[in-house]
Design a protein around this ligand. Structure first.
Ligand code: DGL
Length: 286
């Protein structure tokens, strides 16, 4: 077991071209990974799933901050990534500044609610931000609204069901549309003859449910998914250090891996990871 684990770790850490580390509490970061793959087809990825702590949306802030900082204290020396992408709004809005402070030599890309593009794009001035309860209550989110969307009416809608619903949908193919309808309903506001025209998907899990959201929405809106923008930001950060340098080994010499903090993934989860081109090394925990 220990041998297998060591082999998996060295496969993830000992590459000529250092990997990009993608981090989320669950499958949400896969929405960012798929965009990153398109932009960086030669890059190796290590996808970390903090499933031991899912869902982040329900955590108390100081405990979650300490948990993520300590996790990165182990992840960075183990996988030696070129950069890390925090593909999670709930984590980024809480801990991105603390991560940069704690690991000053390392580049982090955060994922925070796309309030600026929403404010630029809205015609009605009514924008909703659909997120976990954690992201909705963050000062970081409130500051984004204050900085970029002062002229808009921004409604923050916290859902404690959608992230888990997306997990079930992606693993088992089932989603209860009546729950989706009820969870997104508060996003839709009519005021003085104007209607909400933009909903920001401020949790990386949500784009997996966007077709069900379109179907159950009371009227059509623009759903903003920031995944491509996050992937572009990651690519631009690689430019300085090692973006331009092609990998020494041909792509495919080492697999992209998904690592679970519980150290285990069930059959459906392994299948899902395979579908995203990720190998789940036996017994690989963080
Ligand atoms: N994917 C995470 C996000 O973007 C949240 C899921 C959770 O609650 O753990 O916010």
């Amino acid at each position: 077991m220990i041998e297998q684990r060591k082999a998996a770790e060295s496969a993830a850490a000992g590459s000529c071209s250092r990997p990009v580390l993608m981090f989320d509490s669950g499958i949400g970061g896969l929405t960012v990974l798929r965009e990153a793959r398109v932009l960086m087809p030669d890059r190796r990825f290590v996808y970390i799933v903090d499933d031991a702590a899912f869902p982040y949306g329900a955590w108390d802030e100081p405990a979650l901050r300490a948990h993520i900082l300590s996790l990165f204290g182990a992840l960075l020396p183990r996988y030696r990534p070129a950069i890390s992408v925090i593909a999670c709004n709930t984590a980024s809005t809480l801990v991105i500044d603390a991560l940069r402070e704690a690991f000053p030599g390392h580049s982090f890309v955060g994922t925070v609610p796309a309030i600026k593009p929403a404010a630029e794009r809205t015609r009605s001035g009514l924008v909703s931000v659909l997120a976990t309860p954690g992201t909705v209550k963050r000062q970081y989110t409130r500051d984004l609204i204050e900085t970029w969307a002062r002229k808009c009416h921004v409604r923050l809608v916290g859902s404690d069901k959608l992230a888990s619903l997306a997990e079930t949908y992606m693993r088992d193919g089932f989603v209860d549309e009546t729950v989706v309808r009820a969870e997104i309903a508060p996003c839709f506001l009519e005021r003085d003859g104007a209607r909400t025209d933009i909903v920001v998907l401020a949790c990386t899990h949500y784009p997996f449910l966007v077709n069900r959201m379109r179907k159950t929405a009371p009227w059509p809106v623009d759903w903003i998914d920031p995944a491509e923008a996050i992937a572009r930001r990651a690519l631009s950060l690689l430019s300085g250090s090692d973006r331009a340098r092609p990998p020494v080994q041909p792509r495919g010499a080492e697999p992209d891996v998904a690592v679970f903090t519980t150290g285990k993934a069930d059959f459906a989860t392994r299948r899902l990871m395979q579908g995203f081109g990720l190998t789940v090394p036996e017994m690989a925990g963080t």
